[in-house]
Design a protein around this ligand. Structure first.
Ligand SMILES: [Zn+2]
Length: 284
């Protein structure tokens, strides 16, 4: 079986790529990029309106159905736009102003909401120290020297890399040939290239909703954990009132007694953060 060249993205990705390109080349966003936002920053959150996604093919649907992959393609396109303007900043798309049907009260969150992108009014009650996580690891085969990247998962064990696919393909091809070799070296001599791994800054915020606060839950009580990435790290502190657009995720309990504990807690993976509340207004 012959694998497609990695430089040739599948047709669907090509469509997504073209849609993002149209969006960033539209008057609104082109003018925005022309002002070089975030020029001297290493990373910059570039805001895109939720409603605008609907104007380009079915970008909004794709974003909803496959958020990570769609964003990753969009970030690639936006990075090209920045490079074309001689900027070294790494821009990241932050979709803002989610529609009303995604506005959600935090204390109503349940396991069934897992994987949904929702918008929450939140008050920061504390912020953790800034840490990093290994987002992508790079591996190299010591026999054929081919290199590949592995996408890791946040707060999960690093992916096990057992063998070199290139060497394995060669062995399989040889075994299928008319005169296969009598001996094949195991294709498992692989090293992690620590210097080429990619780390991302993250920070955990503890938050409660304004409604929870109004009903008497204070800092010491129940709260939710939000993880923020990149340019949001180090930006928020206790008392900040925010709109957090986040994917609902689950994690094992922190103080679990045994490793295979099946209990899970809900946490929020922030996609974008806006100043002020979107929904909550104080009575009287
Ligand atoms: Zn190899």
């Amino acid at each position: 079986m012959k694998r497609k060249s990695p430089t040739e993205p599948p047709a669907e990705d090509q469509e997504t790529l073209a849609s993002w390109r149209l969006l960033f080349e539209s008057a609104t966003y082109k003018n925005d990029i022309d002002t070089c936002p975030g020029k001297d920053d290493s990373v910059f959150g570039f805001e895109v309106e939720w409603d605008h996604l609907a104007d380009y093919e079915d970008l909004q649907t794709k974003f909803t159905e496959n958020m990570e992959a769609t964003l990753s393609i969009g970030n690639q396109v936006l990075l090209e736009q920045y490079s074309d303007r001689n900027m070294t900043t790494r821009p990241v798309i932050r979709v803002v102003n989610l529609p009303d049907n995604r506005i959600y009260e935090m204390s109503d969150l349940r396991m069934r909401d897992r994987t949904r992108l929702l918008s929450f009014d939140a008050i920061v009650t504390s912020a953790s120290p800034i840490i990093g996580w290994l987002k992508t690891s790079v591996h190299q085969c010591n026999d054929c020297e081919s290199k590949w990247i592995v996408n890791e998962r946040l707060a999960r064990p690093r992916e096990k890399v057992k063998y070199c696919q290139t060497c394995l393909d060669v062995i399989i091809a040889d075994m299928k040939s008319k005169k296969p070799k009598t001996y094949h070296k195991d294709p498992d001599d692989v090293s992690l290239l620590a210097e080429e791994c990619y780390y991302e800054d993250i920070q955990y915020l503890q938050v409660i909703s304004p409604q929870m606060l109004a009903s008497g839950i204070d800092d010491s009580g129940e709260h939710f954990q939000v993880v923020v990435f990149d340019e949001y790290v180090g930006q928020f502190s206790k008392g900040d009132c925010l709109t957090i657009n986040a994917v609902v995720a689950v994690d094992p309990l922190i103080n679990r007694d045994f490793i295979r504990d099946t209990r899970r807690m809900i946490f929020l993976k922030a996609h974008s953060v806006e100043e002020g509340f979107s929904d909550y207004t104080e009575d009287e």
